[in-house]
Design a binder for this molecule. Structure first.
Ligand code: ADP
Ligand code: MG
Length: 246
């Protein structure tokens, strides 16, 4: 459940983001504004190269070269991030990877409950090279959750996994987010996946990313059947053909 009345976990308003280089200028985002509330899951959906990762980098505070605002300042907000690439340190154990991501004074903190929750207890002393992609993403998730984030940002976290691994990881991710009443912002290409987990969809244009539509999904998640998902996807594809494939 989201509390739409409460203050948003984050409010993003990007007026314009342009990359400048030897090849000239690339406008990546224009007039894209949205909020995510505590306990709410919002999915950003847009074509490849639209400007989704650019948007995430801006709201994470990794890119400050843009026109617009992010409130509160990302530096003051605990944001957990899981990129598509797990980005683990190969010469450190699973546990060390998680601990090293924490601010120094918190590195000795007990993490048993977190490893247990994510099914990682047997893997604590293993090294990233020994892990499947699904397990490596769990470690990346553990690293994000160890921070006790108010906002969890996921950039296509389930791609390249087989259906069983994707579905298992999805279960773990959203149960963990619910337990913490965290806000979740997820980028995905996968519309059925978004229809399964989201409270709201944000549909983006091809580059430069602009908001085409914000689509609230009122149907409770427990009642979202395959038929509902397919009908909703078809309806969105008819209305927003540049964003949702038919
Ligand atoms: P998406 O995540 O939606 O696939 P991105 O945000 O990664 O898209 O990229 C949006 C556009 O900006 C693309 O055309 C990409 O080539 C360009 N772009 C991304 N990063 C840079 C960069 N560091 N320098 C120049 N252009 C970039
Ligand atoms: Mg991307």
């Amino acid at each position: 459940m989201s509390d739409a009345g409460a203050d948003p976990a984050i409010a993003v308003a990007i007026r314009r983001k342009t990359y400048s280089g030897r090849g000239g200028h690339v406008e990546a985002v224009r007039d894209l504004a949205f909020t995510v509330h505590p306990g709410e899951t919002v999915c950003l959906i847009g074509p490849s190269g639209a400007g989704k990762t650019t948007t995430l980098r801006i709201l994470l505070g990794l890119d400050r070269d843009f026109e617009g605002s992010v409130t509160p300042d990302p530096a003051s907000l605990r944001i957990g991030i899981v990129f598509q690439e797990p980005r683990l340190l190969p010469w450190r154990s699973v546990e060390q990877n998680v601990r090293l991501s924490l601010p120094r004074p918190e590195r000795g903190r007990p993490l048993d409950a977190l490893f247990e929750e994510l099914g990682l207890s047997p893997w604590r002393d293993r090294y990233p090279g020994e892990l499947s992609l699904g397990m490596a993403r769990r470690v990346a998730l553990a690293r994000a959750l160890a921070l006790e984030p108010r906002l969890l940002v996921l950039d296509e976290p389930f791609v390249s996994l087989d259906d069983a691994a994707a579905s298992a990881l999805r279960g773990v991710v959203f149960a963990a987010a619910r337990r913490r009443h965290a806000a979740v912002l997820m980028v995905t290409h996968n519309v059925p996946e978004a229809l399964e987990v989201a409270d709201r969809l944000l549909l983006l244009t091809p580059r430069p990313a602009r908001l085409v539509a914000a689509v609230p999904l009122a149907t409770p998640k427990a009642d979202r059947s395959r038929a509902w998902s397919e009908a909703t996807r078809r309806d969105l594809a008819a209305r927003y053909p540049d964003t949702v494939a038919a």
